[in-house]
Design a protein around this ligand. Structure first.
Ligand code: IMP
Length: 430
């Protein structure tokens, strides 16, 4: 039975939580396969707003099993804060499954993330400061701490001591910070063990068995295509694979079981943190879209950088992820505009590029080539079928669809769960 992978087509904050929610009652499992509490989904259900950073948004749907896969890095304090927060609002979280192979974010990696950014100064990445990068670096350096290590105190102590023997040198000698005591770290991690135990298992096996039993699984990416450590705008990226390939390595689901890849594309572009952004706006249109779209970071509260829709990027996202269906979100944010520029190609040193330039230097110098489409100047938030949309809004959707090599199956016209137009089923391909 189907595995659907859900990714962001831009730099994150495209509205993936809404897409997950739309699929909610058709899903049996929702798997988070990369990233950690650097993510932020805002889901609105019956007027109630839920901001989730670490837990898969499927946690809000009764009957769905949310899974934190092996590719995720977990801040245990945040995990239990979110669980407690949901439980206090009457949401049952007991279905949650956590991979024994997922890595935990020890407190020293949060410190490392923050001091490293400060040290970089003007060359900083603009990270969320949650310890994501240092924890993935530890994983690759083979000095990471995994969930399963918490269940063997002597192994845990050895691993924490090994990691700190190097990190304490860096913290004290380079960053001029106090060394961290292994006992404090071990003590903090062990304080979560008993609460953690019931959630932990071999999630790759559980997912394989679920698929054999005909269950429907959604693998939900944190961050997005252009933030992927391999395929994004490196080094201004996150430290994990946020593209569709990451769904396999980060969950243990093999590529041969994946049926559909759904990408969420916001009708304009946003980015948090540093890095190149060809269609970025520094004018009243950027301010307007930021305000009507409430474009402030869910995790850090930072105002997001805003730009026009970039179809070079969307085509790239289609190609890298093998997107079968796009979900176009926030179309209603354009309701007040007279006209809407859309980037269809770049010009770099006088040469037209229809595909992403190969080098970051060229991407930094890319000048967008725009085509300007007429606005519709009408409130579209009540539209529920494609025909309900004004002709110019229909034209916008068709114009985009013709240039991104996959169909636009869903159009979002407002923040609430039911404010969508479903043109095709993303589950069946029909
Ligand atoms: P990190 O993931 O905290 O290491 O930050 C690396 C980059 O990814 C920074 O530019 C962050 O702003 C960005 N980033 C991380 N998570 C998200 C997200 O969920 N949405 C948008 N940007 C993100």
């Amino acid at each position: 039975m189907p595995v659907i992978v859900l990714v962001g087509a831009q730099w994150g904050d495209e509205g993936k939580g809404k897409a997950t929610d739309l699929l909610g009652d058709r899903l049996d499992y929702v798997v988070k396969f990369n990233g950690g509490n650097n993510a932020g989904h805002t889901v609105v259900i019956k007027g109630e707003k839920y901001a989730l950073h670490l837990l898969p948004s499927g946690i809000l749907t009764p009957g769905v099993v949310p899974v934190i896969g092996n590719g995720v890095v977990i801040d245990l304090a945040v995990l239990f804060q979110e669980i407690d927060g949901l439980e206090s609002r009457g949401i049952d979280t007991s279905r949650l499954r956590i991979s024994a192979n997922a890595h935990v974010i020890p407190s020293y990696n949060r410190s490392m993330d923050k001091v490293a950014e400060r040290y970089l100064g003007a060359r900083r990445i603009g990270t969320t400061g949650r310890g994501i990068g240092p924890t993935y670096a530890d994983k690759m350096n083979r000095v990471g701490i995994r969930v399963q290590d918490l269940f063997d105190e002597s192994i845990l102590r050895q691993k924490v001591e090994a990691a700190l023997s190097f990190k304490n040198q860096v913290l004290s000698k380079i960053y001029n910070r106090q060394a961290v005591k292994p006992d404090d770290v071990v003590g903090e991690l062990l304080s979560y063990v008993e609460r953690l135990r019931p959630y932990v298992g071999d999630t790759a096996l559980e997912l394989s068995e679920a698929l054999d039993a005909g269950k429907v699984v959604l693998c939900e990416a944190g961050q997005a295509t252009l933030l992927d450590v391999d395929h994004g705008t490196y080094p201004f990226v996150t430290s994990s694979n946020a593209t569709a390939g990451g769904a396999c390595t980060g969950s243990g689901i093999p590529p041969t079981r994946i049926d559909r890849v759904v990408a969420v594309l916001k009708a304009f572009t946003s980015r948090v943190g540093e890095g190149p952004f060809p269609t970025e706006l520094h004018d009243k249109f950027g301010d307007h879209l930021r305000e009507v779209g409430h474009e402030y970071g869910t995790t850090t509260g930072r105002p997001r950088r805003i730009g026009w829709l970039d179809l070079v990027m969307a085509r790239y996202a289609q190609r890298i992820n093998g997107v079968t269906d796009f979900v176009l979100t926030k179309l209603d944010n354009y309701d007040d505009l007279d006209e809407i520029p859309v980037c269809v190609a770049y010009e770099v040193n006088g040469v037209r590029h229809d595909e992403m330039p190969i080098s970051q230097t060229d991407f930094h110098h890319a000048i967008p080539i725009f085509e300007t489409l007429p606005g519709w100047k009408e409130d579209i938030s009540g539209a529920r079928t494609f025909e309900d949309l004004p002709k110019d809004a229909q034209h916008f959707v068709e114009f985009v669809e013709a240039r991104i090599r996959a169909r636009i199956s869903v159009v979002g016209v407002g923040p609430a769960r039911d404010q969508v137009i479903e043109r095709h089923s993303v589950l069946s391909g029909a």
